[in-house]
Write a protein that binds this ligand. Structure first.
Ligand code: GLN
Length: 485
């Protein structure tokens, strides 16, 4: 088999007995042996468990028993999702020795679909960052240029899929952490509608924004994986109980009559000219396929980053209060009393970006400032949502760049949090409004780095977004494999 096989190809061949799950796994393991030392996308690889899983799938196929829609597909998991018996570190020292006692719902669903779990991927600590440089453990590199960041916070998942070290991966997206690394690494990344995919077993960052979604080589695979992980889960109170559409059947390849909106506020100063050119070129492709394109306005866009950096840290400061060195996680050995134990455990366990967010959030929620910051930000969040509500009366999908620039160099922004925060200027609003958002490759910079375009849709209209993306993918040839050396 070829490493450029899609998840769909693999599962179809395994089911049809044309390829064994063990042979598939073997070729991915060989590729990992060769390239993982360079890319550093995994925090842990689960070779032995994966071999057992693959063998069991093959045995069932041989016995003529039915196997699932992801039969034999090697999948990597961001290290903020619980996989029973494996460490779930969130790339943080505070959880360095935490072993998950249960499977997240998405993991249970992947197992039921007969996917093969190949490891846990690197990330920015607690998913806070846009470059994966905030990992307490290692630096993941962009497979297109190993001097560049893979994006973040799900950088390990994006890099693993781009380098074909896994056929697909899961990430989480709070303000862009699936779409921005997908853009940086030239793969497809989908953040589903808030409430579509269960967050049970996902370590919480900002609970009103977090969603789990797939990284894949192409749009069809994103639909296939979404099909498996979507759906109501009583274990997540924000999970929505509604029938899951048939996403793969929605990929008709036709966008005739589709109304696409280009928001003025997303084509502004600071947008890299090469990114702008590639995205506008994609607009012409959509038009040539029969879509109609019109300019729209999302007037509150300029407040999105500011609002996000009040709301997300506020939620994070509450969610991260549980890491106190008592119940689980790092416990300082230097404390003389209980208060010191809390203080030192957190001081030693959290990295500087996480501490910055906890301070921002605690401040925004404090009695004297709550109204001025948190409450105000909630109101502006509503205005951002209303911008989308009215835009979606005129158009069916909104097309924008995913990120203002292609992947930047390692170290370039790690000393400047504000610059880093601006990496998500085009992805954050989508989380605020809870919408589905997809990033896919739409070209390359002159330096050979991938450029991503973003498509956003109405809540629970993943079918429309996926079909638009699929049509564009069919008409172009941007799904490419990096040359590793
Ligand atoms: N980069 C953004 C942040 O640092 C978004 C992260 C995410 O989506 N998890 O918060």
């Amino acid at each position: 088999m070829s490493v450029t096989w899609t998840a769909r190809n693999i599962a179809d061949h395994v089911r049809a007995k044309k390829l064994s799950a063990q042979a598939v796994l073997q070729s991915f393991l060989e590729r990992q042996e060769k390239w993982e030392p360079k890319i550093q996308s995994f925090l842990v690889r689960t070779r032995d468990q994966a071999l057992v899983q693959a063998r069991q799938i093959d045995e069932r196929v041989t016995r003529g028993e039915p196997v699932g829609p992801l039969a034999g597909v090697p999948i990597a998991i961001k290290d903020n999702m619980c996989v029973q018996g494996l460490k779930t570190t969130c790339a943080s020292k505070i959880l360095e020795s935490f072993v998950a006692p249960y499977d997240a719902t998405v993991i249970r669903r992947l197992r039921e679909a007969d996917a093969v779990l190949v490891g846990k991927t690197n990330m920015d600590e607690f998913a806070m960052g846009s470059s994966t440089e905030n990992s307490a453990f290692q630096t993941t590199r962009n497979p297109w240029n190993t001097d560049c960041i893979p994006g973040g916070s799900s950088g390990g998942s994006a890099a693993a899929v781009a380098a074909r070290l896994a056929a697909a991966a899961l990430g989480s997206d709070t303000g862009g952490s699936i779409r921005q690394p997908a853009a940086c690494c030239g793969v497809v990344g989908l953040k589903p509608t808030y409430g579509l995919v269960s967050r049970y077993g996902l370590v919480a960052f900002a609970s009103s924004l977090d969603q789990i979604g797939p990284f894949t080589w192409n749009v069809g695979d994103a639909a296939l994986i979404l099909q498996v992980i979507a759906g109501h889960d009583p274990l997540d109170s924000t999970s929505v109980d509604r029938p899951v559409p048939h996403y793969t059947n929605a990929l008709t390849g036709s966008v005739k009559g589709l109304r696409i909106g280009l928001p003025d506020e997303y084509f502004v100063k600071g947008l890299d000219p090469e990114v702008e050119r590639a995205v506008l070129e994609s607009v012409r492709v959509f038009e040539s396929l029969g879509a109609t394109v019109q300019k729209i306005s999302l007037p509150h866009t300029e407040y999105a980053v500011a609002v996000y950096y009040i709301l997300a840290p506020s939620e994070a400061s509450a969610n991260l209060a549980r890491y106190d060195g008592v119940r689980y996680g790092h416990r300082s050995g230097n404390a003389k009393n209980l208060l010191e134990q809390y203080e030192l455990s957190r001081q030693e366990g959290f990295g500087s970006e996480v501490k910055r967010r906890i301070m921002l959030g605690t401040y925004a929620l404090s009695a004297g400032y709550y109204d001025a910051y948190y409450l105000k930000a909630q109101k502006v969040r509503t205005l951002i949502q209303r911008d989308f509500d009215s835009a979606f009366k005129q158009v069916d999908v909104i097309l924008t760049p995913t990120a203002p620039t292609p992947a930047f160099r390692l170290g370039e922004k790690s000393g400047d949090p504000l610059q880093m925060y601006l990496s998500d200027i085009f992805t954050i609003s989508c989380n605020m409004a809870g919408l589905p958002g997809l990033s896919m490759p739409c070209g390359f910079s002159s330096a050979g780095l991938p450029i991503g375009l973003q498509l956003m849709g109405r809540p629970f209209e993943e079918e429309t977004v996926l079909n638009a993306a699929h049509s564009y993918e069919q008409a172009t040839s941007w799904v490419r494999e990096p040359t590793l050396s």
